[in-house]
Ligand binder design. Sequence first.
Ligand code: NDP
Length: 270
Amino acid sequence: MGQPVAGNPSQFMMERSFAAAGLDWRYLTLEVSPEDLPAAVAGMKAMGFRGGNFTIPHKVAVIPHLKRLTEAAELMGAVNCIYAEEDGFVGENTDGKGFVTALQEVIDPAGKRIVVLGAGGAARAIAVELGLHKAASIDIVNRDAGRGRDLANLLSERVGLESKWIPWNGTHALAEGDEIVINATSVGLCDGSAMVPVDPTTFRESMIVADVIFNPPNTCFLQAAEEAGCQTIDGLGMLVNQGVIGFKIWTGVDPDPAVMREALEEYLGI
Ligand code: NDP
């Protein structure tokens, strides 16, 4: 559920995966206004839904309608995935887990010095999950001081790792010690020519560079990192892996991630 939801690829991806797994299940994309959210969640329960995903603007507003939250969702203060238990829905957040699964295919975040660009919903989910996976430190680079400080404080006070907010004025220069660099801003979404304001001469070959943007996935940010010799991770991996996690939670079955990625690429015309 979300508003707007036109162009959201999740139903296409999930229903392909249900078919590939031999499951006669449905995943519906439903446009729901904020006023109708309580009735819509009650309707899911009444109609026996196993669960669902929530996107903008419902990720925080859905919380009072749930029975409980997982540790990650509680720390993030946002829910993008729910699943049914006997007496109500449990709120989970699979965005950060999806990102970390994609990252782990390349590198283990434990003990690494990480920089996250952005402090919105995606950055929060990713940073908390990286903290739960024992990152050594996470610098939060963000324009808005309130959001930047809040996230850095959450990480240091509640997740227990070294974290600080770095103000983002003009072009950000990456530090020599940054080992993993993540663009978690919305810069590049539906705009293949938009560059995240980072000085490309500060990329170093040893850095792993990731982007949350999946449309288009080959962002200017990742292209600049590749030109500098960095290994890169695109936003499709995060989207596929949060789908894999939700699928498993609801059905108990492991889906084929390759089927999900192919479906996404077909839907997005990549
Ligand atoms: P939010 O609106 O919550 O946050 C946006 C963030 O981007 C803020 O930190 C904002 O900074 C920053 N930002 C926006 N424009 C600029 C700019 N010009 N320069 C610097 N910073 C900027 O969005 P979300 O966190 O929910 O989503 C961010 C992106 O992540 C979206 O594009 C979304 O599509 C993608 N996403 C991808 C997923 C995947 O599976 N691949 C899953 C979830 C999200 P400030 O606070 O200073 O305004």
